[in-house]
Design a protein around this ligand. Structure first.
Ligand SMILES: [Zn+2]
Length: 363
């Protein structure tokens, strides 16, 4: 009888769980010996490192888990033992910054530079502290950029990875002639991948597709940003996966070709709800997105969603900023030539929330 058998097994299992595990005396001795061995190995390890270095490591661990009191305590302990310990000083500056006291962070950075011998990586860490502290103090964005960009330029791969997104975000608020901005955007993200590899090629949504959109683009000299005005349901479905985004782009393409009687999807780039950038109409063809009078030399970017109803996601703003800056750098487009659709034509596109971002990109 399988039923009774199962009940029996269940009862047996419950009994086993409720009885404490048997431990043989020999087993207990082995465990105790192991614990002692580990402890002594640990002691030997700790013994090799000076006490203040241990305090620095502990302080950094506290900082990682945002235990600011613990971090401060350990860094100060390290400095009592070794007053010129650079890592402890920088640790104190970072702790002050993270706990929301940028003024104290700047004071610590000054003191570190005055009193300590700095290695290259220490200088980089201090530039980062200064840049972030200035940002939190509301200092001019050009100054924040100058510190962080210098750290980025001087830093290795790990530093570049850490700072790249932050710099892309800042770039949206900078004038296009800010020092190093053009080169930064032209070089693309760190890590070896060619910058344009971030853009999904057309075959990702249109495997069999061939675009022959007729009018050649020539050299682009302006950019116009749109939204798709999709309702939350469709935009939400596009957010599920890359395959779902591809499906929404295919439907957009079908609508443009079948209903609007255009030769191809109207936009050159589409940004999905997760910030993925997709190639639309090839850039060597003029787009169909801003009206006959304004399509000439005009790169069309469409952000999926309705931005009269909600704000774009951080990922979308990051991607739009990156793409626009990159196109400006590549084709020498001045930032005054960046438009929201509604600035060229009476329309609500790209929605008031996205328009605000476009205006920031231009100014
Ligand atoms: Zn539009």
């Amino acid at each position: 009888m399988p039923g009774r058998e199962a009940t029996g097994l269940l009862r047996q299992a419950r009994r086993q769980r409720s009885t404490p595990p048997m431990r043989s005396p020999a087993g207990a001795v082995r465990i105790a010996a192991l614990v002692a061995l580990c402890a002594s190995a640990g002691c030997r390890n700790l013994g090799r490192v000076p006490e203040h270095e241990n305090a620095v490591v502990r302080g950094e661990r506290c900082l990682e888990v945002r235990d600011f009191d613990g971090a401060k305590l350990y860094f100060e302990r390290a400095l009592q033992a070794s007053p010129r310990n650079v890592r402890a000083r920088i640790g104190l500056a970072r702790t002050a910054l993270e706990r929301g006291d940028p003024q104290a962070a700047l004071a610590e950075a000054d003191r570190t530079e005055r009193e300590c011998a700095l290695a290259q990586q220490d200088r980089i860490e201090l530039l980062i502290v200064r840049g972030r502290a200035c940002q939190r103090l509301g200092r001019p964005v050009g100054l924040v950029w100058a510190y962080l960009h210098r750290a980025y330029e001087a830093g290795g791969a790990e530093t570049k990875q850490r700072l790249y997104k932050e710099l892309v975000r800042l770039s949206g608020q900078l004038p296009p002639d800010a020092p190093g901005l053009k080169e930064f955007m032209a070089a693309g993200p760190p890590g070896g991948a060619a910058p344009w590899q971030r853009i999904r090629p057309r075959r990702d949504w249109d495997p069999a597709g061939k675009s022959d959109a007729g009018i050649p683009m020539g050299k682009p000299f302006r950019i116009t940003v749109h939204h798709s005005a999709h309702d939350a349901f469709i935009a939400g479905s596009a957010a599920r996966s890359a395959a779902a985004s591809a499906e929404v782009i295919r439907r957009m393409h079908a609508y443009h070709v079948q209903n609007r009687r255009w030769q191809d999807i109207g936009y050159h780039f589409i940004i999905d709800p997760r910030g993925g950038i997709w190639e639309g109409r090839p850039l060597h063809f003029q787009g169909a997105h801003a009206g006959a009078a304004h399509n000439k030399g005009n790169i069309g970017i469409c952000v999926i969603g309705n931005y009269d109803a909600q704000g774009p996601s951080t990922a979308q703003v990051d991607s739009l900023t990156w793409l626009v800056r990159r196109l400006c750098a590549k084709y020498d487009i001045p930032s005054r030539q960046i438009f929201a659709h509604c600035e060229l034509k009476a329309t609500t596109c790209p929605g008031r929330f996205l328009k605000r971002i476009v205006v920031e990109l231009r100014n």
